[in-house]
Design a protein around this ligand. Structure first.
Ligand SMILES: Nc1ncnc2c1ncn2[C@@H]1O[C@H](COP(=O)(O)OP(=O)(O)OP(=O)(O)O)[C@@H](O)[C@H]1O
Ligand SMILES: [Mg+2]
Length: 376
């Protein structure tokens, strides 16, 4: 101690603290490659070859990923929407997302984002006309892959939903999932056909086929929740997928993981609109994942959360892995059932959620016990 400071006035200062970076909650990042303006026209009747005047028209941002984003925001998850947007239609979609409180980072490409036309006639029947979407070049796709990777913080759930636009090869989701997993994200896939089949090789953490999509994938028929559970379990085992969720419309959904399979049976309801209920289910699953319940089960992200800032997010740290997955499933089916009670696609009301919770989603253990090696 030198003498020069002796007798100097000292002021109290708080003890030094370790510098901290603000804690960022894990986010749901939705990837929408083929965004659209969903245009809903109410008509008396459709007569091909004649002029049809609509009595009402509504437009909203569409594409399955954007439905997931909307519901996840309503559930209180931090959400970021990405994908491709183009032209005036893209600007409309972007503005609407901003009004809904959805953060966004899109790759802008030339052309116009597509329109999906839904004509509702007096009998309530729906006739859809879907534009293919903007042609995406390999460079634009590579640009999106880099953007997605740059947006990921470990523990985020990246959701890939919907069809591929023209120009995107069928291995697009496989590539994006590999890149997102390598960046530390949990990956959730809701697609169909060849893009889904090829994506299995990238071991997404969660897939959500409906019964028809799961049957097409495996060539096996699904006639009951037990069939769906057995098929989901086999799919997961064969492809190293941590959780396979197969949705069954009004019969709810099953989830198979390495420790078993469950069926969540919703209460009987009078649905108002079942379009996009699968997206609501995906939003419910993804929200549960970023809240830490599912992440606790997945080696990579679980380790990141437990060792990093997310430990407090593990609401039920004491619960066993099957309990975590079963709760994810029940929560997701609760959300999807509430979505069926909402007239608006890609939306849940708090009062409907409360109603479904009050009436209760019943959880059944399907007793699936196929031995398998998981390689996630
Ligand atoms: N009629 C219904 N009654 C109650 N819940 C429903 C009904 N239809 C759908 N759901 C809920 O929505 C979930 C998803 O439904 P579904 O299996 O039809 O998905 P999907 O075919 O992928 O739908 P989409 O692709 O249109 O979003 C179901 O697991 C269930 O929880
Ligand atoms: Mg679906």
């Amino acid at each position: 101690m030198g003498g020069t400071n002796q007798g100097a006035t000292t002021t109290w200062a708080p003890p030094p603290t370790t510098p901290t970076t603000p804690i960022q909650r894990p986010r749901v990042i939705t990837v929408t490659l083929n965004a659209a303006i969903d245009t809903r026209l109410t008509v008396e009747a459709i007569r091909p070859g004649t002029v049809t005047r609509a009595s009402r028209g509504e437009r909203s941002p569409g594409g399955k990923g954007l439905n997931v984003a909307r519901v996840a925001v309503q559930l209180g998850a931090p959400v970021l929407a990405t994908g491709f947007l183009a032209g005036h239609a893209g600007r409309f979609i972007s503005e609407q997302l901003t009004h809904t409180g959805i953060d966004q980072r899109f790759v802008w490409v030339e052309g116009e984002s597509r329109t999906c036309l839904n004509l509702i006639d007096a009998g309530g029947r729906s006739t859809e006309v879907l534009e293919p979407g903007v042609d995406i070049t390999p460079d634009q796709l590579a640009g999106l892959e880099s953007l997605v990777v740059s947006l990921i913080s470990p523990g985020d759930a990246v959701v890939f939903s919907g069809s591929l636009p023209p120009g995107c090869p069928p291995d697009t989701y496989a590539r994006l999932i590999r890149a997102a997993r390598a960046a530390g994200a949990l990956t959730v896939l809701d697609s169909s056909g060849e893009p889904l089949r090829q994506a299995l090789t990238a071991h997404p953490d969660v897939i959500k086929p409906n019964a028809e999509e799961a049957s097409a994938l495996t060539g096996r028929q699904i006639d009951s929740p037990a069939d769906a559970a057995a098929l989901a379990r086999t799919l997961g085992c064969d492809h190293g997928i941590a959780a396979v969720v197969c949705s069954l419309g009004g019969n709810g959904a099953v989830l198979a993981c390495d420790q078993g399979a469950w069926w969540a049976e919703p209460p009987t309801i009078q649905p108002l609109n079942t379009v996009g209920c699968g997206d609501a289910l995906v939003a419910g699953l993804s929200t549960a994942l970023v809240e830490g319940r599912g992440a606790a089960l997945l080696g990579r992200a679980g380790a990141t959360l437990a060792g990093g800032t997310g430990a407090t997010l593990l609401e039920d740290a004491g619960a066993s892995a099957p309990d975590h997955w079963a709760r994810c499933l029940v929560d997701a089916v609760t959300v999807a059932t509430a979505a069926a009670l909402s007239a608006t696609t890609g939306s849940v009301d708090r009062s409907d959620l409360d109603q479904v919770r009050r009436r209760g989603v019943r959880l059944h253990d399907t007793g699936e016990s196929v031995e398998c090696e998981w390689s996630t």
